[in-house]
Design a protein. Structure first.
Length: 71
């Protein structure tokens, strides 16, 4: 198990906060675009793909910060 310094943990927590904010922002954008009359399907698909990548990155970072107790 890798040990992190307090500074490394702080930076990871900041990055996690930023990623979660971007994920929420993308969610809002996707919702607005889907309610729009002139929907750009390709753009929505790109936003959804980015949102999924963010979710994966968030999960990995959370697992790094909070390792599985059973591991």
């Amino acid at each position: 198990m890798q040990q992190f310094t307090d500074e490394e943990i702080r930076k990871m927590q900041e990055r996690l906060f930023e990623l979660k904010q971007e994920h929420r922002d993308l969610d809002d954008v996707i919702n607005r675009l889907t309610m729009s009359s002139d929907v750009e399907e390709l753009q929505i698909k790109r936003f959804k793909k980015r949102k999924l990548k963010l979710k994966d990155t968030i999960s990995k970072l959370e697992n790094t910060l909070i390792p599985d107790i059973l591991a």
